[in-house]
Design a protein around this ligand. Structure first.
Ligand code: S3P
Length: 177
């Protein structure tokens, strides 16, 4: 397995914050797949959804995963919907250790309510949307992940430590560089 750590999970599960911290601690490169899609498209996620629609965004996510396939010593944070495509779930596994960050529905809703950047949650009833999407995606995250961590009650620091300990075990690292 390549020495990469790949964070998956619902919006607001802490993938970017915890991923950044893990990368920093390990001296690994940090890559946010949403940020790569945004950079390549030259527009923000909300604008991509508005102009091109969700299927086009999903195609870009797959293209990003494919283009990152040769990296090593990297930590990836991925968009919450990356697990929707079966081919992505395979690509994620090929990339490295797949860590599913979970959080309770209440915590997720509280976190995602703080900003309005997420196009899928601009509905009449965002609370119900979070519930539906979580129900739909939970089995997909579960199927794609090799390790699961609930971030609801953990400080980012502690969550990062748990993931690093798991990576150490999964990669049989003698020392973490
Ligand atoms: C999405 C999650 C977002 C972003 C896009 C779609 C989703 O990423 O990719 O808004 O389908 O759950 P975050 O999980 O980083 O918010």
């Amino acid at each position: 397995m390549r020495n990469n750590i790949v964070f998956i999970g619902f919006m607001g599960s802490g993938k970017t914050s915890i991923g950044r911290l893990v990368a920093h601690r390990l001296g690994f490169q940090f890559i946010d797949t949403d940020a790569v899609v945004v950079e390549r498209a030259g527009m923000q996620v909300a604008e991509i959804f508005a102009r091109h629609g969700e299927p086009w965004f999903r195609e870009q996510e797959t293209a990003v995963l494919r283009s990152l396939g040769n990296l090593n010593r990297a930590v990836f944070s991925t968009g919450g919907g990356i697990v929707l495509r079966p081919e992505n779930r395979e690509l994620l596994r090929e990339l490295g250790l797949v860590v599913w960050l979970t959080a309770s529905e209440e915590v997720i809703f509280e976190r995602v309510s703080r900003n309005k950047k997420r196009p899928l949650l601009q509905t009449d009833d965002p609370r119900a949307t979070v519930h539906e999407l979580l129900e739909q995606r939970r089995p997909l995250y579960e199927g794609a992940a090799q390790f699961t961590l609930d971030s609801s009650t953990l400080a980012h620091d502690d969550a990062a430590n748990v993931v690093i300990a798991e990576a150490r075990r999964a990669f049989s690292w003698q020392t973490v560089t």
